[in-house]
Write a protein of this length. Structure first.
Length: 255
């Protein structure tokens, strides 16, 4: 005959499991409701940003995505050309949460880059620039202000002055001479000078100028720079949804 205490143990386990399953059943609708509320909030924020400003014309937008779906192809520059032909030289695109103004007119670009350059001087805060450029604090990606003006002053007076540029002349001559020798050695064959060869020479000159001389890790340095340029020029979903803080942890840029 079993003791009463032994009979109560399985009953307690069954009761505990029933409570756990009951809690899980309660959590599922709350989780779905929370997810739905987040989607509605993001949609409301996107629509509110778009409706609160007078924006140039642009293509129709999907909720949450905006116009991201129109750039799924391998040639985004052709997509921009086709859209500009339809909507004009000043066009509005909504990429996720971020509005973008696309300029395809030389006259309008001159107004932005020269006449009103101080108004448009700030740089976008990209995930790649935060990872590669000291949290977007270098001269290429830092916001316009006192710190950027100081960086520009140092760059002009120390790096781009005539004496320093002339001191690096031998590096440029050596690297260009290597390119000419490579072309001569492959006489009769097809050589792509528009991308790989010219880009390799440019990066090699930058690497030697930065290091002062050739180093054993120059090839690794050049390879890293090439990968960095690809990431800086590409699309990152985290840049389009800055309010979702978990996205940067899930992207390949962080890796």
């Amino acid at each position: 005959m079993y003791k009463p205490a032994e009979l109560t143990i399985p009953f307690m386990h069954i009761q505990h499991y029933n409570i756990s399953f009951h809690n899980m059943e309660l959590l599922i609708p709350f989780s779905l409701l929370f997810t739905f509320a987040c989607i509605l909030l993001a949609l409301f924020n996107t629509l509110n940003r778009s409706n609160s400003k007078i924006l140039p014309p642009g293509p129709w937008k999907l909720p949450l995505l905006g116009n991201i779906h129109q750039f799924f192809g391998p040639l985004p520059h052709q997509t921009l050309t086709n859209l500009a032909n339809q909507h004009g030289p000043l066009m509005h695109l909504q990429l996720g949460e971020k509005p973008h103004i696309i300029v395809s007119s030389a006259d309008i670009a001159k107004e932005i880059m020269k006449t009103h350059d101080a108004i448009f001087a700030n740089r976008p805060h990209l995930l790649a620039s935060k990872s590669f450029a000291y949290d977007s604090s270098d001269i290429a990606f830092s916001s316009y202000g006192k710190a950027w003006r100081q960086l520009k002053k140092i760059c002009i007076s120390e790096l781009l002055n005539a004496k320093h540029v002339q001191s690096l002349r031998h590096i440029r001559e050596e690297e260009v001479s290597k390119l000419v020798s490579h072309v001569y050695a492959n006489e009769g064959s097809i050589i792509n000078l528009t991308t790989k060869e010219i880009e390799s020479v440019t990066i090699a000159i930058i690497a030697r100028a930065a290091n002062g001389t050739k180093c054993k890790d120059q090839e690794a340095f050049v390879s890293t720079m090439e990968q960095m340029l690809v990431l800086l020029g590409g699309f990152s979903i985290a840049d389009f949804y800055p309010s979702i803080k978990v996205l940067p942890l899930l992207t390949y840029v962080q890796e």
